[in-house]
Design a protein around this ligand. Structure first.
Ligand SMILES: [Zn+2]
Length: 155
């Protein structure tokens, strides 16, 4: 109970430009693993994922994966400057993490991702001008986020 792991990678902060160490100082907790034990999950780590396990681990579906690749968005905290509005993308393929990278959050990232971690979703939507003061509704948060970052036209 209450157990989780951390996603870890060297991440570059878009605010201060510093590179993080690949450890839990970036505070990216996750319960996606079937038996979380305060492990560091990194590129190469096994991480089976199903729609049920994602929902149970509090990740919201953005769009169903259409191939073997699953892309997840989550925010991280820069250990150098403390900024919380930093984002990473975890890519999972065939039950294994193939990459964890710092990314710029925006319409293209949102459109390409399949899941977003719930707290990250609420955090991102809370900055919307029409967001209520205490935003806890995931469906509303997703609606606000999509209004702010509309899907780019398919080329
Ligand atoms: Zn920073």
């Amino acid at each position: 109970m209450g157990l989780f792991d951390w996603f870890v990678a060297e991440l570059t902060c878009a605010k201060c430009g510093k590179r993080s160490p690949p450890d839990n100082t970036t505070s990216v907790q996750t319960k996606l693993h079937p038996s979380p034990r305060q492990n560091f999950l990194e590129a190469g780590s096994q991480l089976p994922l199903t729609p049920e396990s994602a929902e149970n681990a509090r990740y919201t579906l953005l769009s169903p994966p259409t191939g073997p690749e699953i892309r997840i968005l989550q925010n991280w905290e820069c250990p150098a400057c403390g900024d919380l509005a930093q984002w990473l993308e975890v890519v999972i393929c065939d039950g294994r993490i193939t990459g964890i990278d710092s990314v710029t959050f925006g319409a293209a990232r949102l459109a390409a991702a399949h899941y977003i971690e719930d707290e990250s979703l609420l955090f991102a939507a809370a900055s919307h001008p029409e967001a209520p003061p205490m935003l806890v509704d995931r469906a509303l948060a997703l609606q606000l986020l999509r209004a702010r970052f509309p899907a780019p036209p398919k080329s």
